[in-house]
Design a protein around this ligand. Structure first.
Ligand SMILES: *Cc1c(COP(=O)(O)O)cnc(C)c1O
Length: 319
């Protein structure tokens, strides 16, 4: 069975497990875990921000970032299929009291015009931009377009949070440093448990004051840990060794569909299609209503990608 449901299916590599076993640890809540501290320092630097905070999941990173920068009753604006809108169980409304306003975008992107037309965003409001954008099929924001959207949000006096769960995929695909996007946003989330192969872990980066408020959110949500260096070591290993190889995932996605921008292949759903693909040995996942995805990740070979392409092409002919 070729399992292309999600890049969350990656497992820690033997070298990653060795790095985890060798990690120096301390009590993270005392801010005394040296490996966590080192990861936070490295990520802040990589993302062009003053500080960063290590948390168990990117969902929590997003929620903490929103809470640290907004006021209850203000507006969160995002493209309608962003992760914070669809997959975080209404968290922005519950944890931060935000009014969640979504608008349809092209390729998951909001234009400056769309943002400028919003009546009342700030202060206290926030615009969430996602790169790569999951539900549009792992699409990459062109940097200039991203900056223009950020500027428009700032003109509306709103903060900007970048959900960069897969920002390193965008970085590798565009051949640009991740900070080319993240330094323009007020805060950014990175997820280690997707293509970066970690068992769990995420960071949120921002200015030092926001990260201090983020610590409160981390305690509030139960995300403060203890000897978390064991998992921070996995993330450090991934940052040093598994970022460049994301290009291989992108190449394999393009063996399936030349239009793939990163590690997602998007294709239209049809009645019974997922079951028929499974019968032919291919598991795929949901992308958005009416669309499915095939996602490449470490462990998927060129041969797997070619076989998946053949199975998909066969189904299209049969349909
Ligand atoms: C997966 C994902 C998240 C959440 O990551 P978890 O670590 O599973 O909580 C957030 N945003 C985007 C765009 C994602 O794809």
């Amino acid at each position: 069975m070729i399992d292309l449901r999600s890049d969350t299916l990656t497992k820690p590599t033997p070298e990653m497990l060795a790095a985890m076993a060798a990690a120096e640890v301390g009590d993270e809540q005392y801010r005394e875990d040296p490996t966590v501290n080192e990861l936070q320092r490295r990520l802040a630097e990589l993302l062009g921000h003053e500080a960063a905070l290590f948390v168990p999941t990117a969902t929590m990173a997003n929620q903490i970032a929103l809470r640290a920068q907004t006021k209850p009753g203000s507006t969160l604006l995002a493209e309608e299929r962003t992760h914070v809108m669809v997959y975080e169980a209404g968290g922005p409304a519950i944890h931060s009291g935000l009014v969640m306003r979504s608008i349809a975008g092209e390729a998951g992107r909001l234009t400056p015009d769309q943002i400028e037309q919003e009546p009342d965003l700030g202060p206290g409001g926030i615009v969430v931009l996602e790169n790569t954008h999951r539900s549009s099929g792992g699409r990459v924001w062109p940097v200039e377009e991203f900056r223009a959207a950020v500027d428009a949000a700032h003109e509306r006096r709103a903060k900007v949070h970048l959900d960069g769960a897969r920002l390193f995929n965008a970085s590798v695909a565009a051949g640009l440093s991740a900070s080319e996007w993240s330094r323009h946003a007020d805060s950014v989330t990175i997820c280690f448990s997707k293509g970066l192969c970690c068992p769990l872990g995420a960071v949120v980066a921002s200015d030092a004051e926001t990260i201090e408020r983020a610590w409160e959110g981390k305690f509030l949500l139960g995300g403060a840990m203890r000897q978390a260096g064991v998992i921070a070591a996995a993330a450090l290993y991934a940052i040093d060794n598994l970022v460049d190889r994301l290009a291989e995932d992108h190449d394999r996605a393009r063996r399936i569909d030349p239009d793939a921008e990163t590690n997602f292949v998007a294709f239209e759903d049809a009645p019974g299609l997922q079951r028929r693909l499974q019968e032919r040995g291919l598991l795929v996942g949901g992308l958005r209503p009416g669309w499915l995805r095939a996602v490449t990740y470490r462990g998927i070979t060129d041969g797997d990608a070619d076989a998946a392409a053949e199975i998909l092409a066969g189904e299209r002919v049969a349909a």
